[in-house]
Design a protein around this ligand. Sequence first.
Ligand code: XMP
Length: 314
Amino acid sequence: MFDADEFIEEQIAELKKVEGKAVVGCSGGVDSTVSTSIFGKAIGDRLLAIYVDTGYMRKGETEMMDDYFKEMKINHRIIHAKEEFYEAMKGVIDPEEKRKTIGNKFIEVFEREAKKFGADYLVQGTIAPDWIESGDEVRETIKSHHNVGGLPEKMDLELIEPLRDLYKDEVRVLARKLNVPSAEKQPFPGPGLSIRVMGEATPERTEIVREACAITEEEIDNAVEDGLMERPWQYFAVLIPIKTVGVQGDKRAYGYTIAIRAVSSLDAMSARFSHIPLEILENISTRITNVMKDKVNRVVYDITNKPPGTIEWE
Ligand code: XMP
């Protein structure tokens, strides 16, 4: 049985031994935020939390994280870098290439800030499934998760991964103990919305999927609060950049398709699609096609388990 208090105590004692300064890339996900919280408790202002707005963040995420850091008095910097990321992602369509491009850009932006701060260490919120699925001599690479690999070789920083041996449910227990606001938040991949736009993640398509993800989350959150369904492990929208014919009002429309994905899982290694009440799916579909009338005219629900599908589409 995982003992959160003991883990936190041991980690803080261990991390207190760290001399010098550390930086952490805190994207708002529960893993990085828990790492930031534990490390901040251990070394205070010698830690700098760097939040990079890559342009592929969820709706409202940047503002929320800024407020959180301020409230928790965590030494932090918000970097607005979306133009740089969009430029780098021009013409990139392969999923692994997207991860690499975002990863490299992230390193570049992050390194700039880390240097300014004079950091010696890099803290990462890597958890067990990240490195297990990224190969690491255990299994063949399925997807190279962006918060693993690359960074230490390219940067002159020593890597610290306080959550490396933990699974998501354990991190959530920690998050509750540490009053991390994202405790109940679903996992969000490092490459962000870029892997939820199939093919090229242009600013226009990303804006659509950002809105569709926000609507999906909101409708499902409301349904969970009203006791209409259980909270899935992860729930989001992806954009299929193929246009289909529809009608909007009395006009022929030609717009993108949005696919809704919601899965139950214990550790993301395997997953089952959620049996969401059809009324909830209908609410999501209606809202998405109303809010983005001229852009989306079709919404479908993904009924694939993992395996054979993965949770994300790319
Ligand atoms: P898949 O899609 O492989 O996802 O079934 C398993 C879990 O990992 C997340 N995921 C990622 N997380 N970088 C991350 O940090 C990535 O590149 C990445 N790809 C997938 C996914 O959201 C799910 O929770």
